[in-house]
Design a protein around this ligand. Structure first.
Ligand code: ZN
Length: 216
């Protein structure tokens, strides 16, 4: 038996068909997934190969490209799938996108998400995450901040060079700009590693320098 790594590990994964940044967090053989994009079968293979036990799934928001594998994985491993309930209404609208990417549809009696709100929770032993409500791209969008590890997951609220779309159902430009301002005002350390919902990663200093929306 390989000895499980007791050091927490954060990995940005691009599951096929490549589109969204997923993050796998693991420690001591346990794992949680943030934004389970792709086909649940590929995640099952990955977890099996790595000998990881899935404990929970978290979504930044309810768009299909951030939740496609979540209901199936939650069902298969009997673990909670957390998402702000304001986005539950979006789940049913995911299937057009999933069809486009050739992924299994979310339909029938799929596993429902459990609501999350702003606050700090321990996702795995010794790994705390702060949930920050960031509506605008969707009504229930959240960001996840790991203060002890200097990592921020913004979902589609904020990208390396811009902000998320606000023209999709439930989108609200004013709310989105307020959420971006809120993230700015949280004054994260400059070296905080930022994983965006799509595209390349950044650090807070990059965003302050290059992203015109990320300013006071
Ligand atoms: Zn989105």
């Amino acid at each position: 038996m390989p000895e499980n790594n007791i050091e927490p590990k954060f990995e940005v994964l691009h599951m096929p068909p490549e589109n969204t940044n997923s993050v796998l967090v693991s420690v001591g053989g346990d794992a949680v997934i943030f934004d389970a994009w792709g086909n649940a079968i590929d995640w099952e293979k990955l977890l099996e190969t790595r000998g990881l036990r899935l404990r929970a799934i978290y979504s930044t928001h309810g768009h299909g490209d951030h939740i496609s594998a979540a209901p199936t994985l939650a069902e298969k491993y009997d673990v909670p799938w957390y998402m702000n309930s304001e986005d539950n209404v979006l789940i049913g609208w995911s299937n057009g996108l999933l069809k486009y990417f050739g992924l299994p549809l979310i339909e029938g009696n799929y596993r429902q998400p459990t609501d999350i709100e702003a606050g700090v929770i321990e996702v795995l032993p010794g790994i705390d995450v702060e949930i920050i409500e960031t509506p605008g791209h969707t009504p229930g969008g959240v960001a996840y901040y790991f203060p002890d590890f200097g990592i921020l997951l913004t979902g589609d609220t904020l990208f390396r060079d811009g902000i998320g779309r606000y023209d999709l159902p439930g989108g609200d430009v004013n709310a989105l700009l307020q959420s971006v301002a809120k993230l700015y005002e949280m004054n994260f350390p400059e070296e905080t590693f930022v994983v965006h919902g799509h595209g390349i990663d950044s650090v807070i200093a990059d965003l302050k320098r290059d992203n015109k929306y990320f300013s006071c």
